[in-house]
Design a binder for this molecule. Structure first.
Ligand SMILES: O=C(O)c1ccc[n+]([C@@H]2O[C@H](COP(=O)([O-])O)[C@@H](O)[C@H]2O)c1
Ligand SMILES: Cc1cc2nc[nH]c2cc1C
Length: 338
């Protein structure tokens, strides 16, 4: 069954998101105060446990089933020489994911995540968005639903990631259309293009913003005009996760750029999301600020494929383990104060 039967269905889900369970959140906050440590001494680990409690509606949240979903797509905009790699690498890397040889295979296994790879019509790249919309409405709705399909109510967390040659150009265009600023604010080296390449990329993004300036600015229109199938899928997965109360861990610049159009429609839409890390792609700092997200890690990573979020999943696991397994002052007969 598809999550979003129509564009209107998706728009309702975006406009009327589920709220956090304040009672579960309060119960988790109260439990934190009873654990054998000075209050607040586990820093952000305490906040993460309270956040998970609120979204999972459980005072002692769990991470028994956590899933990483990596979406892959190809991009017509690649014809402008905006990536250091050819588009054929997208399918080659998907084969590598499936064979178990990529960074995400090692990192998701290390973090105890179930890994799901979703290749989205790789032999049918999106249209070049400097000439017209990247996707038809039907194609974009299909991609949103492909994303939504990886989320179900039995999972305790969804980690989102992507793979797609040239998608850092699409990501920059999504950010520029969602949050304004100049193309130069949002472009960077991606897979490793040189200064000249970055300038070319900025021109491509500027042209895209101009070509679509007349069009509606809804999240759906932005996702379909200048995004890719994998970024639409990430947006669909995030909105579906919100409907089901499943916390989301976001990866790097491209993954967060998929949320930008949603947040420009509804600034509260990323409230159930945690940014796993801050990527080395320069636009990510500004994007995180616009999304109101404070990344868990900053390791200079810029790989994508969910890798930074998978590393951050280890921090989430640590947070929930401490919250669940620590003794209380009463249980351990430790004096709680002077
Ligand atoms: O996650 C990031 O912040 C990130 C930063 C730079 C590059 N990437 C990855 O590199 C690809 C996009 O880079 P490019 O140069 O082909 O646009 C895509 O497969 C992404 O997963 C990812
Ligand atoms: C090799 C390679 C691996 C990737 N993983 C995510 N994006 C990527 C881009 C390239 C080029």
């Amino acid at each position: 069954m598809t999550a979003f039967a129509s564009i209107a269905d998706f728009e309702v889900a975006l406009a009327r998101p589920r709220n956090i369970d304040g009672e579960a959140q309060e119960a988790a906050r109260a439990r934190q105060m009873t654990l054998t440590k000075p209050a607040g001494s586990l820093g952000r680990l305490e906040d993460i446990a309270i956040f998970f409690a609120g979204w999972q509606s459980r005072a002692r949240p769990r991470l028994d089933r956590a899933r990483a979903a990596i979406f892959a797509g190809n991009h017509g905009v690649a014809v402008h020489g905006v990536s250091a790699f050819p588009s054929t690498v997208t399918a080659q890397m998907v084969a590598n994911f499936e064979a178990g040889g990529a960074a995400i295979n090692a990192l998701s296994a290390a973090a105890g995540l179930e890994l799901k790879i979703v290749a989205l019509d790789l032999d049918r790249p999106t249209a070049d968005f400097t000439a017209g919309p990247a996707m038809t409405p039907a194609e974009c709705l299909d991609a949103l639903n492909a994303g939504a399909a990886v989320v179900d109510e039995r999972i305790d967390m969804i980690v989102l990631g992507e793979m797609g040659i040239a998608n850092s150009t699409a990501a920059a265009a999504l950010c520029a259309r969602s949050f304004g600023g100049t193309a130069a604010d949002w472009v960077g080296p991606g897979t490793g293009i040189d200064t000249e390449g970055v300038a070319r990329k900025a021109e491509v993004v500027e042209r895209a913003v101009a070509v679509h300036a007349h069009a509606g600015r809804s999240a759906f229109e932005t996702l379909r005009r200048v995004g890719g199938r994998e970024t639409a899928a990430i947006a669909g997965a995030a909105v579906r996760a919100r409907q089901l109360g499943v916390p989301v861990l976001l990866d790097g610049f491209i993954c967060c750029a998929a949320i930008a159009p949603l947040a420009s429609d509804n600034p509260a839409i990323a409230d159930h999301c945690i940014a796993g890390h801050c990527s080395a792609e320069p636009g990510h700092v500004l994007l995180l600020e616009k999304l109101g997200l404070d990344p868990l890690l900053s390791l200079g990573m810029r790989l994508g494929e969910g890798s930074g979020a998978a590393v951050a999943a280890g921090v989430v696991r640590a947070s929930l383990a401490a919250h669940d397994r620590m003794a209380t002052f009463a249980e351990a007969a430790v004096s709680a104060s002077l």
